[in-house]
Design a protein around this ligand. Sequence first.
Ligand code: GLV
Length: 320
Amino acid sequence: METVFVSGTLPGDALDVLREAPFEVVQHEGGVASDAFAACADRVRGLVALLTDRIDDALLARAPRLAIVANVAVGVDNIDLAACAARNVVVTNTPDVLTEATADLAFGLLIDAARRISEGDRLVRAGGWQRWTPTFHLGAPVHGMKLGLVGFGRIGKAMARRARGFGMHVGYTQRRREPEALERALGATYVASLDELCATSDAISLHLPLTPESRHLFDAARLARMRPGSILVNTARGPIVDEAALAHALEHGPLAAAGLDVFEHEPKVHPELLARENCVLAPHIGSADRPTREAMSSLAAANVIRMLQGQPPLTPIRPA
Ligand code: GLV
């Protein structure tokens, strides 16, 4: 029987489906760093990986029979794709099934950051709420704001659809401009220059993968170009933003607030961000509604089963 290693507990019936395939399923919370993985590495054929697993050439060398790495995430920055390609290991991810959940969370962070909801919650719990006054706990308007989307893939477009309901003006930037009919349908305007989008948006939301080009795309210089009083939302990957520079921009301007679901060194958060009241912090839960996580797990399991049974996987990553 072929062996499949699963890096942790999956919601739903993905594990049963793998066992019924039938495969020998070895599962361990410690992922590929665990002794359980080490003990079966020489025979493992399929790996259901989490974004907390680092899949590099050294790991692949320990698993010579590995045919597929099925990541339970849309982002694959935890995987050395070139090393996988060189060793003929197929990599899959979980696109589509998490699009709406992630856009929901990004939109939630945007509203929270603008209207200071979490900050208000802390204040109420601490007994700091005296009375209603016209100047108490003022934030930024959400409806009608100019929203700049950096990356306009599935999740960026789902943000644009939500923004319409709030009467927002949506600009987006990415390498390739979308067809005009699609822009019209989503009410989104292409802005070729990222700096221009930053300078003209009330809020910027990040929806691009982490690559060598996007690492620290939002560094001190770029953050300084953002509009005074504006908001940054990051549900993509932490290292796209320089956290020390972000903390500085939140304290000294130009940013009024930020909403973050991802961090440079998860689960650690930069101490200066922890100290900022105007920074909403979420524990990487973009896709964490139950049906979405079940669908991601099922998709990863289906990719492994198809691959090991000689069929093409459903959502392969094509090496660049
Ligand atoms: C989560 O961060 C994902 O990439 O799916």
